[in-house]
Write a protein that binds this ligand. Structure first.
Ligand SMILES: Nc1ncnc2c1ncn2[C@@H]1O[C@H](COP(=O)(O)OP(=O)(O)OP(=O)(O)O)[C@@H](O)[C@H]1O
Length: 313
């Protein structure tokens, strides 16, 4: 559906994309993750033909990106495109017109999209009177109005409360049931975990890892993670080293990777004699993989001989 190959882009002296390649399959929700400045929005802008790459190609449904591929793509960008003083209906009509819709077809698409995002009863409300979550849903309606095959959602839930997030997540899942392919960028790792069939982790314009969540989990050679709070951290670290547990810090939290799952009483026995304020077991989550890939540059990651798991530290 979307095929990005060896994309490069430089702003002045700054190399923002360094040979980025990724392929998104038809009908999947693909999460593109990466720290601020990794190049996600730059990639989206090239995909939408708003910016030219220095080299490399992007194909949508087999067609090289150009003015002709614009109708295949719908975008809800990070920065709102909404005209705040126009009503929801007027905003949608305006964007529908840009895509060449007119007459009865345009009215039908506007009403359909308003209903699809749960804003039919707010059709006559100016966009500025909508809550943050409703404004994001209106942006999604705009992205959908011309019936694209690929929808790009750039941080669709940033800054929203949990209820508004649930609504957007439901909408994204509905897109998938309609056969629409979704490219989602987010800094919310639980959002990516919940929604995405495959995830790519980008840093400094390169894809460092890519795969389904279960494939990415194989990168961390741990069955689970134990978080330890103790006034005697050095003792705990030394004990863990004897046991062959890999030490990590997640923020300030001290954590160890357990090579095999253990009962809590077995873990406590391993730390016998060390005063513990708390101890908690956790499954390996996207957060741990993301930190490993982006901060530790692949050190400590398992070697997984699968073609779709890249590690280019
Ligand atoms: N027009 C521009 N001129 C110069 N540098 C730019 C321009 N646009 C973006 N950059 C730089 O390119 C890099 C990549 O930016 P980009 O917005 O693509 O990252 P991002 O992954 O989307 O980040 P975020 O998660 O913060 O949205 C950043 O260092 C940014 O400062």
């Amino acid at each position: 559906m979307l095929q990005i190959d060896n994309l490069t882009k430089q702003y002045g002296q700054r190399q923002v994309l360094q040979g980025l390649s990724l392929h998104i399959r038809p009908g999947e929700i693909y999460g593109l993750l990466g720290p601020n400045g990794a190049g996600k929005t730059t990639t989206i802008n090239i995909l939408c033909n708003l910016l030219r790459a220095d080299s490399g190609t992007i194909r949508v449904s087999g067609h090289l990106v150009s003015e002709a591929t614009k109708p295949l793509i719908g975008v809800a960008p990070q920065e709102s495109l909404l005209y705040k003083s126009l009503t929801c209906e007027e905003n949608l009509k305006f964007f529908a017109q840009i895509y060449g819709l007119s007459g009865k077809m345009r009215s039908q698409r506007v009403q359909h999209c308003l209903a699809a995002v749960g804003l039919a009863d707010r059709a006559k409300s100016p966009a500025e009177t909508l809550s943050g979550g409703m404004q994001r849903r209106l942006s999604m309606a705009i992205a959908l109005v011309h019936q694209p095959k690929l929808v790009v959602l750039d941080e669709p839930t940033t800054g929203l409360d949990i209820e508004a997030r649930y609504e957007i997540w439901d909408l994204i899942r509905q897109l998938q049931t309609q056969g629409i392919t979704v490219l989602l960028t987010t800094h919310l790792l639980d959002e990516a975990e919940r929604l995405c069939q495959r995830i790519g982790i980008l840093k400094q314009g390169r894809l460092l890892a890519e795969g389904s969540l279960s494939e990415l989990r194989q990168l961390i050679p741990a069955q689970e993670i134990v978080l330890v709070q103790t006034p005697e951290e050095e003792l705990a670290i030394a004990r863990a080293a004897q046991l062959g547990f890999t030490k990590r810090r997640y923020g300030r939290d001290l954590a160890f990777w357990l090579p095999q799952a253990l009962e809590l009483k077995e873990i406590l026995a391993h730390f016998d004699g060390i005063p513990l304020d708390s101890i908690a077991r956790q499954p390996v989550r996207l957060e741990h993989i993301y930190v490993e890939v982006t901060q530790n540059q692949g050190q400590g990651l398992a070697e997984v001989p699968q073609p779709n798991l890249l590690i280019q530290a």
